[in-house]
Design a protein around this ligand. Structure first.
Ligand SMILES: Nc1nc2c(ncn2[C@@H]2O[C@H](COP(=O)(O)OP(=O)(O)OP(=O)(O)O)[C@@H](O)[C@H]2O)c(=O)[nH]1
Ligand SMILES: [Mg+2]
Length: 493
C-alpha cells in the first residue's frame, strides 16, 4: 500500500530515556588517602513530548516512524562530575490532536492551541552519587543510587480538526467551493466526486466574529457502513459549534433531490452519533444554474418545514453567501457566549498521582503469602537500589524505616521471615521480594541490632560463628524445656 500523505489516526510508541546511575568514588590525591566521597550524580533521562505546531496538519510522520525514544542521562563520574541530562524529544503534532493511552484507554490530553504540550513518556531520574549521599552519620558511602528507567507509553493519536463550523454534504455538492468563496483558503475543487480526501480549513470573518470552517470528504448513503470514503471523517466536525448542510441543487443523478439528499446525510450523522445537539443550517447550492434555482425554491418550503434555516447560494456568483456567513457567525457567537473558552492548558504531565502526606506515603496489603507495599517513594527507592551492594541495601532499609514501613508491617502482624514485596506491576509481577527482618524491638525479642542486617552478613569469622551457633543451641534448648519441660537436644544443619 502506498504511504498516505494524510493520516489522522496513528499509534505511537514512546520511550523516555533512562536516568544515569550515580557514581560511588573516593577522592584520590597524593598524601590525602581519605579524600572523601566525590562520586557525581547521574543525569536525568530525556522525555518524549508532544507539542502543538500550527504548521503541522497531519500525523503522517508518526505513521512512517512510530517508535520515538529520548536519550538517556549519562552516569555520574568521580571528582564530582555529574552526568549530563538526556535530551528531550519534542514531536510536533497538529492542533486538535487527542492523545489516548493505548493500554488503559485513558484520555491523556486534548491538545488544542499553539504550544499546548504533553509529556507522554517522562525520562527517568538520575541516581545520586555517593558525594550527595554523604551525611554526618554516613561520611563515606560506598554506594550510589541507580538511575531510574524512563517511562514507556504507547499512545493513540487522533486528529480532530478544531473548527467552529463544519460543512457536510454529498460529493461535489460544492463544500470546498464554499470554503474557497468565503475564506482565503484554496482547497482543491473539481467536478468529480471525492475531490477532497482530507479536511480543508478556512478562516472566515462574518461581521465582528472571526471563525474557522472545515469541510470533510463527501458522504454518501451507506457511508456509515464504509461506502465511499466512509464516515470516520465526521470526527473532524465533532468539535464544531454548528453544521452546514451543503446541498447540490444541480445534480442530474437519478434518485437525488435536495430533500432526499438532506435526509440521507442526516441519517449518516445520526449513525455517527454525538452531533445531535449541534445547530444546523442548510445551504442550497448552485442557484446560478437556472434549473437548480427552481428546484431550490421548491425544496425550500419543505426543508424549512422541518425546522431548518435555508439559504439559496451560489459559490460561483456569490449569491446568498453573505447572509449564510452572517448566520454561521451568529451560531458561533452564541456558542462562544454559552461556553467561555476553557483556560488554555499549556503543559500536561500525566504522572502517577503523588501521595504527598506522610501518613499516605505507602500502603501495605496482604496478597497471597506476601505483604505488598505500594507507594511512590518505596517503589522508587527500590528501583534506585543496587542490590549487589550491601551498603546500598542497608540504605534502602533505613529509608523504608524512616517512613515507617517496618513499624506498619509489625502492626499488621508481619513476622520475621515473611515475604515483603515492593513495586512491580499491579498484578505483582516484577516486584522485589524481601524476607522481613525487623530491626526494631519487638517486645523482648531482639532479632538483630539496629544498623545490622543479618541477611547481609558476610560469612563470619570462625570464632564469631561458633559463638552464635552455641547461643542458638542454648536458646532452642531453653525453648524446648519451657514448652514441655523436656530436653529435645539440638538439630544440626
Ligand atoms: N454552477 C456551479 N457550480 C458549482 C458551484 N459550487 C461548486 N460548483 C462545482 O461543483 C463541483 C464540485 O465542487 P467541489 O467544491 O469540489 O465539491 P465538494 O463538495 O468539495 O466535493 P468533494 O470534495 O468531492 O466531496 C466543481 O466542479 C465546482 O466548480 C456553484 O455554486 N455553481
Ligand atoms: Mg471538496
Amino acid at each position: 500500500m502506498a504511504i498516505p500523505s494524510f493520516v489522522d489516526q496513528v499509534t505511537l510508541h514512546t520511550f523516555g530515556g533512562n536516568g544515569g546511575h550515580g557514581c560511588a568514588s573516593v577522592h584520590r590525591e597524593k598524601f590525602k588517602p581519605l579524600g572523601g566521597p566525590d562520586g557525581g550524580n547521574g543525569g536525568r533521562g530525556g522525555s518524549v513530548i508532544l507539542r502543538v505546531d500550527p504548521d503541522v496538519t497531519t500525523l503522517v510522520d508518526y505513521h512512517r516512524q512510530s517508535y520515538r525514544r529520548a536519550t538517556s542521562g549519562e552516569p555520574g563520574r568521580g571528582d564530582h562530575q555529574n552526568g549530563s541530562n538526556g535530551e528531550d524529544i519534542v514531536l510536533p503534532v497538529p492542533d486538535g490532536t487527542v492523545v489516548t493511552d493505548a493500554d488503559t484507554g485513558e484520555r491523556l490530553a486534548d491538545l488544542t492551541g499553539p504550544d499546548a504540550e504533553l509529556v507522554v513518556a517522562q525520562g527517568g531520574r538520575g541516581g545520586l552519587g555517593n558525594a550527595a549521599l554523604a551525611s554526618s552519620s554516613r561520611k563515606a558511602p560506598g554506594f550510589a543510587l541507580l538511575g531510574e528507567e524512563g517511562l514507556e507509553r504507547t499512545v493513540l493519536l487522533e486528529l480532530k480538526v478544531v473548527a467552529d463550523v463544519g460543512l457536510v454534504g454529498y460529493p461535489s455538492a460544492g463544500k470546498s467551493s464554499l470554503i474557497a468563496a468565503i475564506s482565503a483558503a484554496r482547497p482543491k475543487i473539481a467536478d468529480y466526486p471525492f475531490t477532497t480526501l482530507v479536511p480543508n480549513l478556512g478562516v472566515v470573518v462574518g461581521g465582528d466574529v472571526t471563525f474557522t470552517v472545515a469541510d470533510v470528504p463527501g458522504l454518501i448513503e451507506g457511508a456509515s457502513e464504509g461506502r465511499g470514503l466512509g464516515f470516520d471523517f465526521l470526527r473532524h466536525v465533532e468539535r464544531c459549534a454548528a453544521l452546514v448542510h451543503v446541498v447540490d441543487c444541480a445534480t442530474f443523478e437519478p434518485g437525488r433531490d435536495p430533500v432526499t439528499d438532506l435526509a440521507v446525510i442526516e441519517s449518516e450523522l445520526t449513525a455517527h452519533g454525538g452531533l445531535e445537539d449541534r445547530p444546523r443550517l442548510v445551504a442550497l447550492n448552485k442557484v446560478d444554474v437556472p434549473d437548480a434555482s427552481d428546484l431550490a425554491e421548491i425544496a425550500r418550503a419543505d426543508i424549512e418545514a422541518q425546522g431548518y434555516r435555508v439559504f439559496g447560494v451560489s459559490t460561483k456568483t456569490g449569491e446568498g453567501l453573505r447572509a449564510l456567513t452572517y448566520a454561521m457567525a451568529d451560531l458561533v457567537a452564541q456558542r462562544r457566549a454559552a461556553q467561555p473558552a476553557p483556560e488554555p492548558r499549556v503543559v500536561l504531565r500525566p504522572e502517577p498521582v503523588r501521595r504527598g502526606r506522610s501518613d499516605a506515603e505507602f500502603t501495605i496489603a496482604r496478597q497471597g503469602d506476601l505483604w505488598r507495599v505500594r507507594g511512590d517513594k518505596p517503589e522508587r527507592w527500590v528501583r534506585q537500589t543496587d542490590f549487589g551492594n550491601p551498603e546500598a541495601v542497608g540504605y534502602l532499609a533505613d529509608r523504608l524505616n524512616r517512613i515507617g514501613v517496618e513499624t506498619k508491617l509489625l502492626d499488621l502482624g508481619a513476622r520475621a521471615g515473611d515475604g515483603v514485596a515492593i513495586g512491580g506491576a499491579p498484578d505483582g509481577t516484577g516486584a522485589v521480594v524481601f524476607d522481613f527482618a525487623p530491626q526494631v524491638d519487638v517486645g523482648a525479642e531482639i532479632l538483630s541490632r539496629r544498623g545490622e542486617d543479618v541477611r547481609l552478613e558476610e560469612p563470619q569469622r570462625p570464632a564469631v560463628a561458633r559463638r552464635r551457633e552455641l547461643d542458638r543451641e542454648y536458646h532452642e534448648a531453653r525453648e524446648g524445656e519451657e514448652q514441655d519441660g523436656g530436653y529435645h537436644g539440638v538439630r544440626r544443619r
